[in-house]
Design a binder for this molecule. Structure first.
Ligand SMILES: Nc1ncnc2c1ncn2[C@@H]1O[C@H](COP(=O)(O)OP(=O)(O)OP(=O)(O)O)[C@@H](O)[C@H]1O
Ligand SMILES: [Mg+2]
Length: 317
């Protein structure tokens, strides 16, 4: 599933060799090795100087303005920014829900303004939103997952394979024949992700998909997303207001007033106090705790996660 041309699952930072039939001479050129670096050198999204305004009657409100951004295959990108900064608008522009007023967006070689390719585009760019209840269409979970591929005209035996695989990936196999309304919030959101996965997308966009969940549900969903990115090589764009969900991102893009204010790796972003303040962001809890400890005179380095903080504290004694 989620097959790329080689069918090899990449591992973050590692390399894997394509399986070869037994009893065959192997030529060196046949060995295909995919590394994290290879994956992250192919652009899958190119946003070129894009602006979009919402218009209704005489009123115009800025959605995004002069946004330029390239996202590579296999990247885990987090979009941050205060309310109204343009994150959801950008997400909707990426799968053609909205079209740029100015500039252009190319996703997997498809211009989002190309009417003829809009279904292809939407099947390759899966979106998961905040409320899982609004994303379910059927009363039995496996029917819900089959709905998207059925609409794409996927043959029945292939749908069966995709549904089983998607449920397995999100850890919900045993719930296949149950009804979604008895599930917890985290389980529902995992089913919503599975429904998107059954379309075999290459890019997954999650717009505050953990916002309505309790900490356990958030943890489950986030772990699922990370696994999809690491093990299936799916490019992930995650929009969130929870800073603790951003610490493992390859890149954070900070938006403000419809524009990109800054981008960089999490350590870069969260060590820039002026940026954090200007963009109205919080710091991850561990980063904040480390600041407080430093103010008390302890020699604690900049950290992002609870684990890093615990290690830094242990090294003090
Ligand atoms: N349907 C709409 N009609 C008019 N203006 C809109 C609409 N949707 C968004 N906007 C405006 O576009 C701007 C960007 O909004 P957007 O929803 O993209 O921000 P956001 O970063 O996703 O915010 P939040 O964190 O609250 O979800 C805001 O000024 C918002 O008021
Ligand atoms: Mg939003």
């Amino acid at each position: 599933m989620f097959s790329r041309s080689t069918g090899v699952k990449p591992e973050r930072g590692g390399a894997e060799v394509a399986p070869l039939p037994p009893n065959r001479l192997i030529f060196l050129s046949e060995l295909i090795i995919i590394t994290d670096m290879d994956l992250k050198q192919e652009p899958v999204i190119t946003i070129s100087d894009v602006s979009f305004d919402y218009r209704s009657g005489d009123s115009v409100s800025r959605g995004v303005s002069s946004v330029g951004l390239t996202i590579m295959r296999g990247e885990f990108v987090v979009l941050l920014g205060r309310n109204g900064s343009g994150k959801s608008t950008l997400a909707k522009l990426l799968n053609g829900f909205l079209l740029p007023d100015r500039g252009s967006i190319e996703v997997l070689g498809i211009n989002t303004a190309d009417d003829d390719k809009i279904f292809e585009l939407r099947s390759k760019v899966g979106m998961v939103f905040q409320n899982p209840d609004n994303q379910m269409v059927a009363s039995i979970i496996e029917d819900d997952l089959a709905f998207g591929p059925e609409n794409l005209g996927v043959p029945a035996d292939e749908i069966r394979r995709r549904v089983d695989r998607a449920l397995e990936i999100v850890g919900m196999t045993e719930y296949a024949l149950r009804t979604p309304n008895k599930l917890s919030g985290g389980q529902k959101q995992r089913v919503a992700i599975a429904a998107v996965l059954a379309m075999e997308p290459e890019i997954l966009i999650l717009d505050e998909s953990t916002a309505m969940l309790d900490p356990k549900g958030r943890g489950e969903v986030l772990e699922t997303i990370r696994r999809l990115n690491r093990e299936e090589g799916i490019t992930v764009i995650l929009i969130t207001h929870y800073m603790d969900e951003t610490t493992e991102a390859d890149r954070i893009v900070v938006m403000d007033d419809g524009r990109i204010l800054q981008m960089g790796v999490p350590h870069q972003i969260f060590s820039d106090r002026a940026l954090i303040e200007r963009a109205g962001l919080e710091l991850p809890v561990a980063t904040k705790a480390a600041h407080l400890l430093r103010e008390k005179g302890l020699k604690i380095p900049a950290v992002l996660t609870d684990e890093e903080l615990a290690e830094a504290v242990c090294r003090l004694s």
